[in-house]
Design a protein around this ligand. Structure first.
Ligand code: TYM
Length: 338
């Protein structure tokens, strides 16, 4: 260890559900930011396959999707040499800690979660895992004593619950957990559907034209962006209330080019939506093309993906056991004699 490494780096923990294909919202709102943090933080990036079963899944697809998710993480630049990449189901401790946290978590706080209410509305019968989901998410974060959790805006409320639970545990027992901060990037924190720009871009959108997948071909990306819903005014300017479609495209263009909304408005003053959409499509394709190419190589190398998950789980497990035994001691469970 060099002198520079003497003080430990702050810890990041974050992840995504393995739903097959990550989309442009996941990339701009989340994975791209994670990528940039790898040199400055001790990073744990995981695949939250246990969260995924809160909604019905086909087992063979879920199994395969864990690999697809890992390959997409790495195609975006997450590097197993720098960061710990692992599958949630490979590490014992997430559910154990979630149980302890659930015993200090008021039921009413879970019932008020916006994502729970939204998802529950779409179900015929609501399983208790869907309600419990944010407690498992808090456990994911606290198990690694994360300082920072980089997420898109939709996860903000879950982070607030995590902070509440950390503080409650610390004050009920004794200081144990860092109270983690959410990191929400400036650009791309909330990418909206291209077809229904008042709802967020989502893997579960039934209208496939609404979501640009990370691994869509250039032709498909172009088709989706060119058919994005706009308005009849014809001017490229930000107005989320009255022009959500164009405002969303401006945000996407800003996020992939690094330009400000004002620069984009000036650049396209007097030009039509067709010209603007073409430039947005070109910029998104230029961003995603190299990601798709890397993904296509990685997904063929199953042995490498398995080895990455194995190594990641070993590192994560060591940290998880350490935290869990501390928590068990604090709540009053006797030490297991080995
Ligand atoms: P998930 O799989 O829905 O999304 C993964 C990440 O992508 C972000 N995101 C978006 N950002 C911008 N615009 C969008 N349209 C958009 N859609 C998704 C999300 O905010 C997220 O950062 N519950 C989490 C997974 C999870 C987790 C955790 C995350 C489980 N445990 C602990 C952080 C820490 C989820 O379902 O993300």
């Amino acid at each position: 260890m060099s002198d520079n490494d003497a003080s430990p780096k702050p810890v990041i923990l974050t992840g995504a559900q393995p739903t097959g294909r990550l989309h442009l919202g996941n990339y701009l709102g989340a994975v791209r930011n994670w990528n940039a943090m790898q040199d400055d933080y001790t990073c744990f990036f995981f695949i939250s396959n246990q969260h995924a079963i809160t909604l019905p899944k086909v087992p063979a697809e879920l199994r395969q999707n864990t690999y697809l998710c890992l390959a997409q993480y790495m195609a975006c630049g997450l590097d197993p040499e720098k960061s710990t990449l692992f599958a949630q189901s490979h590490v014992i401790g997430h559910n154990e800690l979630a149980w302890v946290l659930s015993c200090i978590c008021p039921l009413g706080q879970l019932e008020r979660m916006t994502q729970f209410k939204d998802k529950a509305k779409k179900q015929i019968s609501v399983n208790s895992g869907l309600l419990f989901y944010p407690v498992l998410m808090a456990a994911d974060i606290l198990l690694y004593n994360a300082n920072v959790v980089p997420v898109g805006e939709d996860q903000k409320q879950h982070l607030e619950l995590t902070r509440d639970l950390a503080e409650k545990f610390n004050s009920t027992f004794s200081p144990t957990f860092n109270v983690p901060e959410a990191y929400i990037g400036k650009a791309g924190a909330r990418v909206m559907s291209l077809q229904n720009p008042t709802t967020k871009m989502s893997k579960s959108d039934p209208n496939k034209l609404g979501t640009v997948d990370l691994i869509d071909s250039a032709d498909v990306v172009r088709k989706k962006i060119m058919s994005a819903v706009t308005d009849s005014e014809g001017s490229v300017r930000v107005d989320f209330a009255n022009k959500p479609g164009i405002s969303n495209l401006i945000s996407i263009f800003a996020a992939v080019t690094g330009k400000s909304a004002q620069e984009i408005e000036d650049e396209f003053a007097g030009k039509g939506y067709g010209d603007f959409k073409k430039c947005v499509a070109d910029a998104v394709i230029a961003t995603l093309d190299p990601v798709r190419e890397r993904y296509e190589r990685l997904i063929k190398d199953r042995a490498f993906l398995d080895e990455t998950l194995k190594k990641g789980a070993e590192v994560a497990q060591r940290v998880a056991f350490k935290t869990l035994s501390k928590v068990y001691r604090k709540v009053g469970f006797p030490e297991k004699i080995r």
